[in-house]
Write a protein that binds this ligand. Structure first.
Ligand code: ARG
Length: 461
């Protein structure tokens, strides 16, 4: 079998069942352009080491160019008998360069250091795409925040009305978490930018190759300092899978809110038709499927991470074939995020917020009770007492079925002598919001500063 990279010591070919189990071209073929880039770099270090002549290098590079063109056009695809992307491409190279030249390229390298390198190259490229896609969601949130700079909404803890907040403040809370995800991808890249090429099967190469030169040609910052680590480690994959899972979780959290906000009961938002789906039986339905798929895919992304970690657990050094299972989880994470993130960005960008309804609900459920307590503190009342007094006021309101601002001067005085009518200055949403003006607070002035800071950070990533 031409696509096989081994065979000398075997009496016959692999059983069909083994070949079927072993074959990875279904999922590793996407690495073909990276494999060819690695081969070009490897050919050059073979030349430097004196293992190829100038002429041979030229012939090798020409054959690799021809192979790459055929891979890109689809003229060259793996045969069912090819074990993996590396074997299939060596076969394709030999078809184009002839066996005498094509057979020289494998010197000093192993699929073990190749696959570890190609995987990092592929992940780094897609980390950049995912980062850009997450930034589009952040931008959509920022645009919505800037379109509604002073619209109030009920802020919640335990899903219960807690304190009024600005809608812009709430939206930007999601944006900050997502910006950290992008920053994580950037941080991760520093660890991913180390090339395992030159590690060989596990022990390095005896052929005088230059791992640093290969690393530089392939866009890495440096080469690994330990060939066993280079071929056996997959923490870079696991860390990437974790960041993908975290991105999924962050998309899921905002999606859960949007799903809730779009209910009749909340009526905080209307989804754009272009980002909603219908029902096959109920003509009136308009469903938030983008948000639901985000929630669903978060589970899948967590599964990709935990599956990969389970594969790695207990694996002895160095390479073991179990490591072939490292690719599908991270590829799946990439594929899912690359379809999900543009849809989430579009859904967020096209949301219509019902700001009047949100504003009406913002103070309800005694959401200004904390403002009463803090007003009392500013009058010199210890917070412990102030909390009691404000709580008493809430209880009186509940008894009468009224809100805090409905309490008469007499009712206020009956709750506490400290509650003079001037407390009403904080019994408005505007007053409550404006009072939380320190950094990070929900006052319009603080949120404006927050927007400026977020824009500064966005420009820096
Ligand atoms: N296709 C394998 C992988 O994805 C690389 C092959 C290494 N095989 C081997 N027998 N050492 O990990």
């Amino acid at each position: 079998n031409e696509g096989a990279l081994w065979g000398g010591r075997f009496a016959g070919g692999p059983a069909d069942a083994l070949a079927a189990l072993s074959r990875s071209t279904d999922f590793d073929w996407r690495l073909a352009p990276y494999d060819i880039a690695g081969s070009r770099a490897h050919a050059r270090v073979l030349r430097t080491a004196g293992l190829l002549t100038d002429e041979e290098l030229e012939g090798m590079l020409a054959a690799l160019d021809a192979l790459e063109a055929d891979v890109r056009s689809g003229a060259y695809v793996p045969a069912p008998s090819d074990e993996d992307v590396h074997g299939s491409l060596e076969k394709g190279l030999i078809e184009r360069a002839g066996p005498a030249l094509g057979g020289k390229l494998r010197a000093g390298r192993s699929r073990n250091d190749q696959i570890a390198t190609l995987g990092r190259m592929y992940l780094r490229d897609h980390a950049a795409i995912i980062a850009r896609d997450v930034l589009a969601v952040v931008q959509a949130l920022l645009d919505q925040a800037k379109a509604h700079p002073e619209a109030p909404m009920p802020g919640r803890t335990h899903l219960q009305h807690a304190q009024p907040v600005l809608l812009s403040h709430h939206l930007l809370a999601h944006a900050w978490a997502m910006l950290r995800d992008v920053e994580r991808l950037v941080d991760w890249d520093a660890r991913a930018a180390v090339s395992p090429y030159g590690s060989g099967a596990l022990a390095g190469s005896s052929l005088g190759l230059d791992p640093a030169a290969v690393a530089a040609e392939l866009g890495f910052d440096s080469a690994v300092h330990n060939s066993i680590d280079g071929t056996a480690a997959r923490d870079v994959y696991a860390e990437f899978a974790w960041v993908c899972a975290m991105i999924g979780v962050d998309m899921s959290r905002i999606s859960e809110e949007i799903t809730t906000w779009a209910t009749k009961e909340f009526s905080f938002v209307t989804l754009d038709d272009a980002f909603s789906t219908g029902s096959s039986i109920m003509p009136q339905k308009k469903n938030p499927d983008v948000a639901e798929l985000a929630r669903g895919k978060a589970g899948r992304l967590i599964g990709d991470l935990t599956g990969l970690l389970a594969t790695l657990k207990g694996l002895p050094l160095a390479y073991n074939r179990d490591l072939q299972e490292d690719k599908e989880p991270v590829f799946d994470a990439i594929d899912q995020l690359e379809v999900l993130l543009p849809a989430v960005a579009g859904m967020v960008a096209t949301l219509t917020f019902h700001t009047q309804r949100m504003a009406e609900l913002a103070p309800q459920g005694f959401a200004l009770a904390t403002d009463v307590a803090e007003w009392l503190v500013r009058q010199g009342v210890p917070f412990r007492d102030a909390h009691e007094i404000a709580g008493d006021a809430v209880r009186v309101c509940e008894q009468h079925g009224i809100e805090l601002w409905d309490l008469t001067d007499e009712q206020l005085a009956a709750v506490s002598a400290h509650l003079d009518p001037a407390v009403r200055e904080v019994l408005t949403v505007e007053g409550s919001l404006a009072s939380r003006s320190a950094q990070g607070g929900t006052a319009p002035s603080a949120v404006a500063a927050q927007v400026a800071e977020l824009e500064r950070r966005l420009a820096a990533v």
